[in-house]
Design a protein around this ligand. Sequence first.
Ligand code: 5AD
Ligand code: SF4
Length: 470
Amino acid sequence: MALKTKTIAAHTLGCKVNQLETESLLEVFRTAGYRVVNFDTPADIYLINTCTITHLGDRKSRQMIRRAQRCNPEAMIVVTGCYAQRSPEAVQKIPGVSLIWGNQDRAEIVNWVEQLFAQKSANLQVEDQTEVGLEALIRVKDIRQAQVFEELPLALERDRTRALVKVEDGCSQFCSYCIVPYTRGPVRSRPAERVVEEIIRLVEAGYQEVVLTGIHTSAYGKEWRYGGDTPNLATLIQKILEAVPALPRLRISSIEPTEMPERLLEIMSQSKVICRHLHIPLQSGDDEILRQMRRPYTTAQYAALIQRLRRKISGVAVTTDIMVGFPGETEQHFNRSFNFIYELGFSDLHVFKYSPRQGTLAAALPNQVAAPDKEARSQQLIALAHDLRQRFAASFVGQTLEVLLEEETTIPKESNWLPERDMKTAFWGGYTDNYIRVAVPVVEKARLSGRFVPVLLVDSQADLVLGKII
Ligand code: 5AD
Ligand code: SF4
């Protein structure tokens, strides 16, 4: 009798790196003969890749595990990622979980799943069903001992427009609020040859844009620094540009303000391939709070960096992360921070409410900020982010920029971009290199994902810009 193909469904919480790793793990399962299905259909296995950056990450991770259990109470539930790494015992208490896996050796998960299935069917042959209510197996190693970057297989998607490429894992910076160094371990960089090979495969498969990502991407090569001409993010990028001339667009996901070497600025200002977009986490625009956060720069240094960037790379989009409600943050600190952000004029903000993470320095600090104050400050910054996005987008109206089209999109109802009773026009959405979201009307039905088009930006509405292909 032929064995029925087992099915697997996955859900990711948290960051881009997690999303990428989930795709890679599904690829491992696919190669082993499993079929990937939607999370809401009953599957034989559920893989939940968790997050613990804030208490919300923990909560959503637990909710997802319970949802998997409801979808199919008989399923094998596998929990991996940062929440599993940090709190395996808490995960073990959730009913239905079979396997808890940390952030290492993940390509092996599939072997353990197979063993568990084999065990399960052997036990079912036996009268004594002692496996009922069996505790989940914990496979979590001490991540501080991790020393090398772990390779996982590449997963190719159906819509091949933009691909993430992981170049680094871990963080050794230990900002006082952050749990990441404990869940991801120290910086481990991926050898440049592997990165280049992967990008060549992606370009051959039709991808038009590659985003270099990591947990602390700009620390690339740190652990290899033994003097002389050692690798860093700038040398990696240079290698990529030289080795893959057919790559149309390269984006850098996030860069720390103290890790922006002159050489990288030079490469960026000379290259048409590197996108004029940098995400540079600021966290707070107040010097006292930055010190308490153990961030290694002042607001003046940060502002000088942004000014230097803007002088060198015209039209550059600078986005950032801001945290509100760090312990001891008073209204004065917050107002100073708000004004600093307003004056620097980012293109977008990602706003986080501080969440104490046990085991970090900040969790033990006095003067924790009350939840309603965090909420009010976060709302103020979210409103500011909206204005900043709009201001940035509007400043490009009248210019012609290359847009990489991704998918069909809807336009704001209140816009007058669609002539009345015109049912034939569809809008396609995409991004400029400096991360302005553009919608272009297209009359004939066509699949345009992955196409570059020169677009005249004609109007902006909220943070979407109407463009005309020229
Ligand atoms: N509470 C809230 N936000 C946090 N971040 C990191 N740790 C915490 C925390 N304890 C935010 C930071 C970081 C982003 C990825 O997550 O702003 O840049
Ligand atoms: Fe966390 Fe700071 Fe490392 Fe970013 S740089 S992951 S905020 S410790």
